[in-house]
Design a protein around this ligand. Structure first.
Ligand SMILES: [Zn+2]
Ligand SMILES: [Zn+2]
Length: 332
């Protein structure tokens, strides 16, 4: 089979990915093999390829928004049948025994494994998944629509919960790409007022098309004080900007796995009055199941730009340079 691999970590414009011929993987105990139909392109893939996140093993295949059909079962795998359409997400495994797993916070597991970082992901013809961490996908979503939900959607949903906006409250969204445009739809369906602050004309246009309450530039002042905000842009300099936009008691949730350095904060203007700053780390399987059910119920639609799998580097380059709105999806 063909598989993209990270040859060496380098800026995406310098060609760090290489496509190799590899043996089809054989599913181990409790695993199933997926014949990849689509794989979404997440900003985390870019951080891994460019070395912002340290590699965990050489020549890994990226991709953790994988949609495909089960085409082989490992010993003891009983959850799915051959032919089932499943999604393979970022969280690939946990130890199940650490203090965080035991209290239902498996997203904080001390020994987690991630698709496309610890184990080979979906920028390939096939990949493997521990059946306990895969999702059966709702029929209402086609492959291309389902792919971006598997990380961008689920993590955005967890960030929305973390921002703790009360019913009917005011949400700020900083940065408006693959994850934000899905999260905004959930927030609007839940009756929140949504203010989007982002750079990029395409991102601003997409936000306006989705019917948010206002759209402004990334560092603009919010038109009203915010009960909660989510920072999707990997830009630490926006942390104080977003904190200043919060009302008393408001929460800023940082959704990304990587953020540039946060500048010094001013306690009086940016944290006092019980404003909170918190991060969002991966997700639990319960977050994923809950989000996919909501996505089906609300009819959440991903705006996608499709590339053939053979052009994975171009998709990542376009992501790095902000050349598309919404989410990129690779198609086999
Ligand atoms: Zn654990
Ligand atoms: Zn991701």
């Amino acid at each position: 089979m063909q598989a993209w691999t990270v040859d060496h970590c380098a800026p995406i414009d310098d060609g760090p990915l290489r496509r190799l011929e590899r043996d089809e993987p054989k599913p181990g105990a409790g695993q199933v093999r997926v014949r990849v139909s689509c794989c979404g392109v997440c900003r985390t893939d870019l951080h891994l390829v460019e070395g912002d996140l340290a590699p965990k093993r050489p020549a890994v295949t990226p991709g953790h928004e994988v949609v495909g059909r089960v085409d082989a079962l490992g010993p003891g795998a009983t959850r799915f049948a051959v032919g089932d359409r499943i999604g393979v997400p970022w969280l690939a495994g946990t130890d199940g025994t650490c203090r965080f797993c035991r209290r239902g916070a498996e997203n904080l597991c001390l020994e987690p494994r991630f698709t496309g970082w610890d184990i080979d992901g979906g920028y390939a013809d096939h990949c493997l998944v521990d059946e306990r961490y895969a999702y059966l996908l709702p029929d209402a979503l086609d492959d291309e629509q389902a792919a971006p939900l598997l990380c961008a959607g689920i993590i955005g949903y967890r960030a929305l919960l973390a921002a703790a906006v009360p019913p009917g409250g005011r949400l700020g969204i900083y940065g408006f790409g693959g994850s934000a445009h899905l999260t905004a739809q959930i927030a609007l369906h839940e009756g929140l007022r949504v203010h989007v602050l982002t750079r990029g004309e395409q991102n601003q246009r997409l936000a306006a098309e989705l019917g948010v309450d206002s759209v402004g530039g990334a560092a603009d002042a919010s038109p009203e004080a915010l009960d909660g905000a989510i920072l999707f842009a990997p830009a630490g300099e926006l942390v104080p900007v977003a904190l200043r936009a919060l009302d008393r008691g408001g929460t800023l949730a940082v959704a990304g796995i990587w953020l540039s350095d946060v500048p010094a904060l001013n306690y009086a203007d940016e944290l006092f009055q019980e404003r909170r700053l918190r991060s969002v780390t991966a997700n639990t399987r319960a977050d994923g199941e809950e989000f996919l059910a909501l996505a089906e119920r609300f009819g959440i639609r991903a705006t996608t730009t499709v590339y053939p799998m053979s052009e994975a580097p171009r998709a990542l380059t376009d992501l790095a340079h902000g050349r598309f709105g919404g989410a990129a999806v690779l198609h086999n």
